[in-house]
Design a protein around this ligand. Structure first.
Ligand code: ZN
Length: 331
């Protein structure tokens, strides 16, 4: 069983997508199909399946940041994301100017921070973050998806933690209740574009559309305007950098939860390498990821980590600037 089914790249992948009518979303001349992972109006139940039979990988040849899983229904569900360049801590980017940016980032981001109007915001709405203690930002991409998201939020509520949900704009209206809960409970909602497009495949106008429309959809559904972007697949180029006027949040721990769909694997990946200031990449679409979160939240808390949003962590660790890329926020 060396040659697992999952490793086979079927040339029919593209044809499959074309047959599904996804071709309309492809740019002229694009050599490979790109992610259209979650379709609008997708029934809530569909994405929760943890079974991986019947699907196959595509774009594996483009490297670990780009491979996509096509399930048995032909649905392209996920992108893995580009690994940060070898722990190249962007200390230069994140380290220096603390004061003003922290204030800026905080104000627009969390309602709590905005209310206190302070750089520290330590006791915003009763929430106490100790800058001297370790902290970690759990991030969940590709939602909203209430069956998993609510589970994660229930657990965070129990342990007093917050997370960041990077949601896809065109899904937001379908999960209004979940979105409002995210905002009400102090979680951060970030923009994962309107249609989960790989922005490095797009021109300036389309990039701006994906960002702006995503922001609008999130604000309409949750009442809060996002201040952070996560690039689908972590993919970027000069055009992306020039046309995304918000901080872009990468990660230091890539759990590959979308790929393994194995909760224990995700838990081990995080616990084996977690450090103060890490940003953990997980996905909201999968039951196994929710299960992993239910183990990680208590255990990280037990180990002394404060579970904070990205903006909260940034507030104490150098701040955020528009158009910049961030992988971690080390003390
Ligand atoms: Zn994604």
């Amino acid at each position: 069983m060396n040659q697992t089914k999952k490793k086979i790249i079927r040339p029919t992948a593209l044809a499959f997508l074309l047959a599904l009518g996804l071709s309309a979303a492809m740019p002229a001349g694009a050599g490979t199909a790109y992610a259209q992972p979650v379709q609008e109006g997708q029934p809530a139940g569909e994405a929760s399946g943890d079974t991986a039979q019947g699907g196959y990988w595509m774009n594996l040849e483009e490297g670990p940041g780009v491979a996509q899983w096509v399930d048995e229904n032909g649905q392209v569900t996920e992108e893995p994301g580009v690994k940060p360049e070898e722990e190249s801590q962007p200390a230069a980017e994140t380290g220096e100017p603390a004061g003003e940016e922290a204030a800026e980032g905080g104000e627009a981001a969390g309602e709590e921070a905005a209310e206190t109007g302070e750089t520290a915001g330590e006791e915003a709405a009763g929430r106490v973050i100790d800058p001297a203690r370790p902290m970690v930002a759990l991030t969940f991409d590709d939602g909203p998806y209430a069956p998993v998201g609510n589970q994660i939020m229930d657990c965070l509520a129990e342990y007093g933690g917050k997370a960041t949900f990077f949601v896809v704009g065109n899904r937001c209206a379908s999960y209004g209740e979940e979105m409002r809960r995210m905002a009400a409970e102090g979680h951060e909602i970030g923009n994962h574009t309107y249609e989960h497009r790989y922005l490095d495949k797009l021109g300036a106008a389309d990039i701006q559309y994906q960002i702006n429309k995503g922001n609008e959809a999130i604000a309409a559904a949750s009442g809060v305007s996002p201040t952070l972007v996560r690039l689908p697949g972590g993919r970027k180029n000069d055009t992306v950098m020039a046309n995304v006027p918000m901080p872009m949040i990468m990660w230091t721990i890539d759990t590959l939860d979308w790929k393994t769909k194995n909760a224990q694997n995700t838990v081990d990946t995080v616990l084996n390498q977690v450090r103060d200031g890490d940003i953990v990449l997980m996905h909201e679409l999968y039951g196994a990821s929710g299960q992993a979160a239910l183990q990680l939240i208590p255990e990280l808390t037990r180990r002394g980590y404060q579970l904070v949003t990205v903006s909260e962590m940034a507030q104490y660790r150098g701040g955020l600037q528009p158009g910049q890329i961030y992988y971690s926020f080390r003390p």
